[in-house]
Design a protein around this ligand. Structure first.
Ligand code: ATP
Ligand code: MG
Length: 603
């Protein structure tokens, strides 16, 4: 490909609306262009990268027997109503784009394909003899993300490979899941990425487990907690750990204390000269179930700990049936304004005790009259603790469960694991923290969708059973940008060779020099013929400009037909190391071919 004929514009300066290096670089180097919020055009260079990533994905999926297909992006609402996800995905914070067609039928644009694929399995799979089956597709997904950002990292339209497996039993599902784990590891390794597979939150669906594949980078939106020994790694949303030991309480008898101006844990501990590990703090949340019912939640947890809202959300989802609901659609800490919508009298904020009266809730048709009271494991074990007195300016000390306070029935683990905590598998290992970009997620779904949608098969004993499912996603466009986030320098992108848009760029320093041009033209043809994907920079530009652009777009090898051609040689520069050497013109093809093979094997 000739640069003189290519639709390529590179920018000198960082675009104003890009925050992270990979986003800036992809814009500057002419890979992508923003069309709207979270919507990007993949320009020719980007499309080649995406095709390469897709090809690696395809090879690894085919290798484990997954079958490629293409499912519709326009999805009838009825299917989503069958699974019970239509409302959660289209209302409140739901991320599905929905529309109404000329026949007044509701449709959604596919954010994911469990419903569609389950409908297919329901129609086509009858017997255990047809199992297992795995389908996959590589396709554009649509999600109306609340905060689209960072270019392709969180788009509203992006490319995903999604796969779905149908198995007869748990063992078979585990085998498919394990194969996927291996395939995902291969995909990331082959794409030249440093990554870690971590335990992930499976939401309220339960299932027997899920793992995320995290590309390690400071710009990652996720926090990963792991141990040095390599035996534990989890998304902070899911992570467990041993809390620090609580100090023994210095209070021996129950008393109410005057503690003015101590709304925060820090202030009350200072005033009472106690450790925050001797305190029970009571945190207020408000949740909305999918039938519109708002329920107030009081979480009692040890003073030095924080609530993990993902774990809390899972616990509250489990309680949905108590409120005639299926799931929750919102969870937040109520601010003053929202408090006013349900409080009967003003709350003693900062001084709330575990037994704050339900009378504080004014009630109403859509507001449940009682608090959900949850107690975290860390608070259960405390003796003679400090907590609020339900009266502004007062705390109580020396309190005990079963004496002054009834222990809430709902005992849960909803504390947030933190860096520095001791690991559960070995208390000598401390949790470390790293940032990660989630590029893949594999998931043992179980029967959630097959049961809801009636996708069954007949087993060997002749019984009808719901299909056991797994789902496996990898963000193709997010993965491609992650590679840049992990590999760049002050001059531009440094693509891993396996996914670079081209392998080499032949740069003609002076297009008015006929010999330079002839040598470059010849190499351009020969390299391409040898399967080495090559760009020819034949633009009428200064050499410096061309070198800068080659660095910026990050082509792994630059071949310069400069002064050395007088001696039958060209200069070859490796982008990643900047190592430069002169190579005889007739050796260029074979040498670079070897380099590429070695680099792809190494990555
Ligand atoms: P996130 O927590 O980042 O929103 P998710 O849990 O919603 O991700 P999945 O539904 O598991 O993601 O989708 C599978 C993969 O698709 C993700 O691992 C990620 O690589 C990619 N992906 C998800 N949302 C986006 C998006 N908005 N833009 C680009 N890629 C995305
Ligand atoms: Mg998401």
């Amino acid at each position: 490909m000739r640069l003189s004929q290519m639709l390529l514009i590179t920018l000198r300066d960082d675009p104003a609306d890009a925050e992270i290096p990979s986003h800036k670089l992809l814009l500057r180097a002419g890979y992508i262009r923003r069309i709207g919020s979270g919507v990007y055009a993949y320009l020719p260079l980007m499309w080649r990268v995406l095709q390469k990533v897709s090809q690696i994905v395809r090879e690894e999926m085919n290798a484990i027997g997954a079958q490629e297909c293409l499912l519709p992006q326009l999805q009838p609402a009825d299917l989503w109503k069958e699974s019970g996800r239509w409302d959660t995905y289209t209302k409140a914070e739901g991320i599905m784009f929905s529309l109404i067609d000329r026949r007044e039928q509701q449709l959604g644009l596919g954010p994911t394909h469990e419903e569609v694929v389950t409908a297919i399995a329901r129609d086509m799979i009858r017997s255990y003899r047809q199992l297992p089956q795995t389908l996959y597709q590589i396709q554009t997904k649509f999600r109306d993300e609340i905060r689209p950002r960072f270019g392709l990292m969180r788009g509203r339209e992006f490319i995903m490979k999604d796969a779905y497996s149908f198995n007869a039993d748990e063992d078979s599902l585990k085998k498919t899941y394990q194969d996927m784990y291996q395939a995902y590891s291969n995909i990331l390794r082959r794409s030249g990425l440093a990554f870690r597979a971590v335990e992930a939150d499976s939401g309220a669906i339960g299932g027997s487990g899920s793992q995320e594949f995290m590309v390690l980078a400071d710009a990652g939106e996720d926090e990963v907690l792991y141990t040095e020994d390599g035996k534990y790694a989890a998304n902070v949303e899911k992570a467990v750990s041993l809390p620090a030991d609580a100090e023994l309480s210095r209070f021996t008898s129950y008393e109410k204390r005057d503690t003015p101006g101590t709304e925060t844990i820090e202030k009350v501990c200072q005033l009472l000269k106690c450790s925050s590990t001797q305190l029970v703090k009571n945190v207020l949340y408000q949740t909305v179930y999918d039938n519109g019912m708002t329920v107030l939640v009081l979480v009692s947890i040890r003073g030095d700990q924080e609530v993990n809202e993902v774990k809390l959300q899972n616990e509250l989802t489990k309680l949905a049936a108590n409120y005639d609901a299926k799931t929750i659609i919102a969870l937040s800490v109520p601010n003053q304004e929202t408090q006013q919508t349900w409080t009967a009298k003003s709350l003693p904020l900062g001084y709330i005790a575990p037994d704050i009266a339900d009378e504080y809730i004014a009630g109403g048709k859509q507001i449940h009259a009682q608090f959900i009271r949850l107690v975290d494991q860390t608070a259960i074990d405390l003796k003679n603790f400090v907590t609020g007195a339900n009266e502004t300016g007062y705390h109580v000390v020396g309190a005990n469960w079963g004496e002054q306070f009834k222990l809430p029935e709902l005992k849960v683990d909803i504390r947030k694991a933190r860096p520095g905590d001791r690991a559960t598998h070995n208390p000598e290992q401390l949790l470390q923290s790293a940032r990660g970009i989630e590029v893949g997620h594999i998931f043992q779904l179980g029967i959630k969708y097959s049961q809801a949608m009636g996708a069954t098969y007949t087993n060997e004993q002749g019984e009808e059973k719901p299909l056991i499912m797994g789902c496996y996603g990898i963000g193709v466009s997010r993965l491609a940008q992650s590679a840049v986030e992990q590999s760049y320098d002050q001059d531009g992108i440094v693509w891993p060779v396996a996914i670079a848009p081209y392998h080499t760029i032949v740069t003609i320093p002076n297009i008015n020099d006929a010999q330079q041009v002839a040598t470059a033209e010849k190499l351009h043809v020969e390299l391409n013929q040898a399967g080495i994907e090559t760009l020819l920079d034949d633009r009428d530009e200064r050499a410096g400009v061309k070198f800068k652009d080659a660095d910026l777009i990050g082509i792994p090898y630059r071949i310069v037909t400069g002064r050395a051609i007088a001696n039958g040689k060209v200069e070859v520069v490796e982008r990643a190391t900047r190592k430069s050497q002169e190579i005889a013109i007739d050796q260029v093809v074979i040498t670079i071919k070897q380099w590429i093979t070695a680099a792809v094997a190494r990555d």
